[in-house]
Design a protein around this ligand. Sequence first.
Ligand code: FES
Length: 144
Amino acid sequence: MDRASRFCRRTFLGDAWRTVAWGAAGVVTLGLAGMLRHVVGRTIDIPLPADLLERAGRQDGVQVDGIFVRWSGDTPTAFSLRCTHLGCRTRPDPASGGFACPCHGSRFDREGAVIRGPAEAPLARVPVRLEGARWIATVEADHG
Ligand code: FES
């Protein structure tokens, strides 16, 4: 083997090794970023203005940004409208006061509990807090 061909093979192997090493580093970095996102999570605040809350009181609840807000005593409560089966958005069912999923027929009562599957878990509660004079609901960024 002459010197020129050994040099080319050495150069090729060095480049290939660097490519593999950078690729592996990228995969590890993306994996760690995904784990951190899962652990830390991301949330979004949804302000609940007075007129919306007044309407929620009058109509026994309102939808806003994928959540349903209803008064419970003197505190607004909220839960996600995302179906716990495969993630379709449920719709309020005025006849029952609960919620119906249009995708596979799950039904939930007015508190979000499952009354008919295939969903097995209740609709997720959404925390609501009072900040100054404003009520704010906090949802996961991917709540649907
Ligand atoms: S996604 Fe709601 S029942 Fe399947």
